[in-house]
Structure formats: structure tokens, C-alpha cells
Design a protein around this ligand. Structure first.
Ligand SMILES: [Zn+2]
Length: 217
């Protein structure tokens, strides 16, 4: 294996894209490239390499606004100074793109959720270099407290936390004034979702926050 294999793989993938999907959608690329994007949906998902929203939803270019971060977390509304990349993307999607829906999509075997659960058992390492992941996933603490206070059902703790994280992100979304306003006006819907990597199956959260399988065709 050469050191540059990753680059060769990327170039091969790009060439396959040019010959296949791009060739088939050439007109669409030209259209959205010229006239601009107008996606209906913002999907917030994990950076995990196995969970690609545009693949799962078979989305065309221009169809879906995608925001990915560690463990598909929406942080609480926090207008103080800081580099709020996730919040900035949400604001842009709602205020500028005027998306009709925001979907938070959790997934099976999430490393971010596993790291959060592991952190519950470990004392914080005060000597360590600052961990951005470590502080980011602590946002899940509110989800964990809600999950501990509720009926946990039969699923594993990992899966329950993955579900709880999605529910918490939906709650946090409603803390953003422009989201709350758009939802109240009936212009914006929020949806929880969950992707099972092993089975390639999608679940949607119902009005009670219970995840139910979506018909696969
Ligand atoms: Zn993940």
C-alpha cells in the first residue's frame, strides 16, 4: 500500500462521479450552479463516514442543505461570543434559505455518543490538552439526564442515548428564536430521524419522540 493511496482513491471516486452521476445530472448542476440553491430541508447528521444524508436520501445537488458535526448535536442557543459553526449554519438555513424542515438524524454505533457514555465513568483529566470533542459531547449531558428520568425500554444504553441525543437536539433547536418563530408560524417543521447502518434502515420519531421504521418501498 502506498502512502498516496488515499489520494488515488479520491481521484478514482471523482472520475467515477464525472462519468456517472455528473453526466446524468449535468443539466441540473448547470441549473443550480447558475440560478442558486433552494433546498427544502436542512439535515443535521454526524460526521461519521458511514452516514451520508445525500446517499441515504438519494438527494440531487441543490436538494438538501447538510450540516454535519460530531454526534449530530444542536447546541443550546448561546448568543455569547464564540465560534458557533453549527448555530451559524442553522441560522443561514432558516433565515436565508428558508428551509421548510430541519431533520436531526442520529445513527447506530455513534462514536460521539459512545465517548460521552465513557466519559461518565472517567474522571476528567485535568492535565490533558484541551479536547474539543470532550467539551462538545458534554452537550449530551442534558439528553442523558432526560433519558435517565424516563422509561428506557429494551434497547441498549448506547441506542437509547442516540435516540435521546436526537430528541435533545430538537428541543435545543426550539431555543433558537428564529426557529421557534418559524415553527409557530407554520413555516418550519422539525423531525427526528435515526439511521441503522447495519440494516440500512431509516426511522422517524413520532409526535411522542418514539422512533418508528419508515417504509423502505
Ligand atoms: Zn456519530
Amino acid at each position: 500500500m502506498t502512502q498516496k493511496l488515499w489520494k488515488e482513491n479520491l481521484i478514482t471516486g471523482y472520475q467515477n462521479f464525472r462519468a456517472g452521476p455528473y453526466q446524468r445530472n449535468k443539466g441540473l448542476y448547470e441549473q443550480v450552479g447558475t440560478q442558486g440553491q433552494s433546498p427544502d430541508v436542512l439535515v443535521i447528521s454526524c460526521v461519521d463516514s458511514r452516514v451520508s444524508p445525500s446517499t441515504v436520501f438519494n438527494a440531487d445537488p441543490g436538494e438538501m442543505f447538510v450540516l454535519r458535526n460530531v454526534a449530530n448535536i444542536v447546541p443550546p442557543y448561546d448568543p455569547t461570543a464564540g465560534y458557533h459553526g453549527t448555530s451559524a449554519a442553522i441560522e443561514f438555513a432558516v433565515k436565508n434559505m428558508k428551509v421548510k424542515a430541519i431533520m436531526v438524524m442520529g445513527h447506530e454505533s455513534c462514536g460521539g455518543v459512545a465517548a460521552f457514555l465513557a466519559s461518565l465513568d472517567n474522571a476528567p483529566d485535568t492535565d490533558a490538552e484541551h479536547s474539543f470533542v470532550g467539551s462538545w459531547i458534554q452537550i449530551l449531558d442534558a439528553a442523558h439526564k432526560r433519558f435517565m428520568a424516563s422509561d428506557t425500554g429494551a434497547a441498549s444504553q448506547q441506542k437509547q442515548m442516540e435516540y435521546a441525543g436526537v430528541r435533545q437536539s430538537l428541543l435545543n433547536l426550539m431555543g433558537f428564536p428564529f426557529v421557534e418563530k418559524a415553527v409557530a408560524a407554520g413555516e418550519l417543521s422539525l423531525q427526528g430521524a435515526y439511521f441503522s447502518i447495519i440494516e440500512g434502515r431509516l426511522l422517524f420519531a413520532n409526535a411522542d419522540g418514539v422512533f418508528e421504521e419508515v417504509a423502505s418501498g
